[in-house]
Ligand binder design. Structure first.
Ligand code: HEC
Ligand code: HEC
Length: 322
């Protein structure tokens, strides 16, 4: 569906009702009971793979090099740096709470974590892995033999299993926040400023940043109300993929859980502070200059949206003695 152009709330609700999806337009608390019961053995295998630089062509880069779980799930750099120090074109998004996204990458070119997982592994400017080398390495390593056997009944190694395990690990990276507690009825969970920020957000921002991920479900034009500055338009978003003029500057609305820990901001990592990112959203997406107190409240709310992942998932798993 390509109805990401500025539609009125009514029109969107109508469209959502027609298509049976999309029309959430509010943020929702994380529903822990609805999360698929991740199989622990697959999560364990996925965690080992996620932190393993041996999978990359130069033995130095793992998924965790660019998505550092202890540092908000991204890398603090404007754009990603892969094997041989190569710079990629875009900012690394966080993997924390990524299981709530329905559209992956800044341009939505993957829609499941399984599909996504193998892309950076083989991308020349990320891990530049070689399929045969990866399969041979995993098949010969005793620790992996045990992990594959526990996760999949037998120890056969395949790329499909690698992808499934990494996706299971990522889905376990959930970080419920004080905002969730508040939405679930704990009125003391947010202070007055955070509550004002939440109200403002639900009324003005959740139109785009919605659902349990607080984003990750829609394509929108960056600069919908006021064009994004000309000198910052070298990456034209979905247009780069489709060449369709309607896709000019169309990006996936990012999820905002943990956003206070993932500076710098935007697809090009060009903005340093959350306050500035919020101010730019007001100007370019809402077509208004937000006041200082509105920005302060929104930032307070976004900070309250950060939560903690289970600590055991944040580090490379212990290496078994060889
Ligand atoms: C060299 C740095 C780098 C490495 C290594 C890397 N990534 Fe990424 N990752 C990125 C960048 C940059 C993007 C966004 C690219 C884009 O949108 O075009 C991304 C996007 C993602 C996304 C989508 C996030 C979202 O919000 O849409 C997931 C999930 C992800 N990576 C997981 C992984 C996994 C799993 C691995 C290891 C197999 C990995 N990454 C390795 C830099 C990296
Ligand atoms: C019309 C849709 C739309 C509205 C309304 C909107 N946003 Fe966004 N937002 C986006 C898109 C699209 C991006 C990604 C831009 C890019 O490509 O870098 C984004 C990015 C962001 C980012 C940067 C995230 C990151 O990880 O880099 C923040 C923070 C943000 N929005 C906050 C807000 C706030 C606060 C509001 C309300 C004042 C708001 N947004 C309203 C569409 C919207």
């Amino acid at each position: 569906m390509k109805n990401y152009k500025a539609l009125s709330g009514m029109a969107l609700m109508f469209l959502g009702a027609m298509s049976g999806c999309r029309a959430i337009e509010a943020i929702e608390p994380i529903d822990l009971s609805a999360l698929a019961e991740a199989e622990q053995a697959k999560v364990d295998l996925g965690q080992a793979l996620f932190f393993d630089p041996q999978l990359s062509s130069d033995g130095l880069v793992s998924c965790a090099s660019c998505h550092v779980p202890t540092q908000g799930g991204d890398d603090d750099k404007p754009v990603a740096v892969g094997v041989l120090g190569q710079m990629g074109p875009r900012n690394s998004p966080t993997v924390i709470n990524v299981g709530f996204k329905e559209l992956l990458f800044w341009d939505g070119r993957a829609s499941t974590l399984e599909e996504q997982a193998l892309m950076p592994l083989f991308a020349d400017n990320e891990m530049a892995a070689d399929e045969q080398t990866v399969l041979a390495y995993l098949g010969a390593d005793e620790r992996y033999q045990a992990l594959f056997a526990a996760a999949f009944k037998d120890d056969a190694v395949s790329l499909e299993r690698v992808a499934q395990a990494i996706a299971s690990y990522e889905r376990a990276l959930v970080a419920p926040s004080r905002v969730d507690s508040f939405l679930l009825g704990d009125e003391g969970a947010l202070n007055a400023s955070e509550q004002r920020g939440l109200d403002f957000f639900q009324g003005n921002c959740a139109f785009c940043h919605d659902g349990q991920g607080v984003g990750g479900r829609r394509f929108e034009v960056l600069g919908d109300q006021e064009p994004w500055p000309q000198d910052k338009r070298h990456d034209r978003g979905l247009f780069e993929l489709t060449g369709d003029p309607d896709d000019e500057m169309v990006f996936v609305v990012p999820q905002l859980r943990n956003v206070s820990r993932t500076a710098p901001y935007f697809h090009d990592g060009s903005v340093e502070t959350l306050a500035e990112a919020v101010e730019l959203m007001g100007r370019h997406q809402l077509g208004e200059e937000l006041t200082k107190s509105e920005i302060d409240d929104l930032v307070a709310f976004l900070e309250a949206l950060a939560g903690e992942v289970e600590p055991a998932l944040l580090q490379a798993p212990m290496q078994a003695a060889k």
